[in-house]
Design a protein around this ligand. Structure first.
Ligand code: G3P
Ligand code: MG
Length: 250
């Protein structure tokens, strides 16, 4: 059964990559969501898409010099709406606690930056193992940086995916997938054709496409055999793709 992932949480209804955005998944019956992770100076894994806080908080600048306690002063919700004033940038521990509480599942995207990548994957792997959620098949980890995914896979037993821009897909993509020991290909929606999907499925990979915000395009992709799509508008999708309102084991 095809899957809808709420991209950065319910990111058209709440500030992206916040607990508020993930909580709304429960309300809308969406079991699976996507989030982006990076790491602070003290090794705390945080949920954020960008390399600076400029776009999605009330402050500016990078965060690689910050520690966990610094997050208490930063508001990640007031830019989006009054009801989100006081929303914090979540840590990995916050994320896992909420997933336990609401019975959610996640595709975690590793944001790879040269100097912090090792700290990020080490602390991410440790957090995942401590959570035990990997044993319940509720976590997928992916990245554009396939070498980093390969490194991560060696230290943490979870299904992993390689994210590709389909317009620049390398000829040796299949060799990369094997080397990484990946379960999923995550291709861009932009430029994706039926031949690509056939090619990925022929090699036996799960295919999760980003970012699909139109219902008819999602339907087309699912009819081609795509396994999942990441969307900013998960609330618009029928319940059969979302799983919390049904009994499927997904
Ligand atoms: O994980 C799929 C998608 O999120 C990749 O792009 O920039 O939205 O993190 P981006
Ligand atoms: Mg992402």
């Amino acid at each position: 059964m095809p899957r809808v992932f709420a991209h950065r949480g319910m990111s058209s209804l709440a500030p992206e990559n916040t607990l508020a955005a993930f909580r709304l998944c429960r309300e809308h019956g969406v079991r699976w969501f996507e989030c982006d992770v990076d790491v602070l100076a003290d090794g705390t894994v945080i949920l954020t898409h960008d390399t600076t806080f400029d776009r999605c908080t009330n402050t500016t600048g990078g965060y690689y010099h910050l520690e966990k306690s610094d997050l208490e002063k930063i508001d990640a919700g007031s830019w989006f709406g009054d009801e989100f004033i006081g929303e914090r940038i979540p840590t990995l521990d916050d994320l896992f606690a909420l997933m336990e509480e609401l019975d959610l599942s996640v595709n975690i995207e590793i944001k790879s930056r040269e100097n912090t990548a090792h700290s990020l994957i080490t602390n991410l792997a440790q957090g995942i193992k401590q959570s035990g959620l990997n044993k319940q098949k509720r976590i997928i980890v992916s990245s554009f940086d396939c070498a980093l995914v390969a490194e991560f896979k060696k230290i943490c037993d979870v299904p992993v995916g390689c994210i590709f821009d389909i317009n620049t897909l390398a000829d040796d993509w299949a060799a990369t997938m094997k080397w990484v020991d990946a379960t999923y290909v995550n291709p861009s929606n932009n430029g994706l054709k039926r031949e690509h999907v056939d090619m990925f499925k022929k090699e036996g990979y799960g295919v999760n496409v980003w970012t699909v915000n139109e219902l008819d395009r999602a339907n087309q992709l699912f009819n081609w055999g795509v396994d999942g799509i990441f969307t900013d508008v998960a609330q618009k999708f029928p319940s059969r793709y979302k799983f919390l309102l049904k009994t499927e084991q997904n």
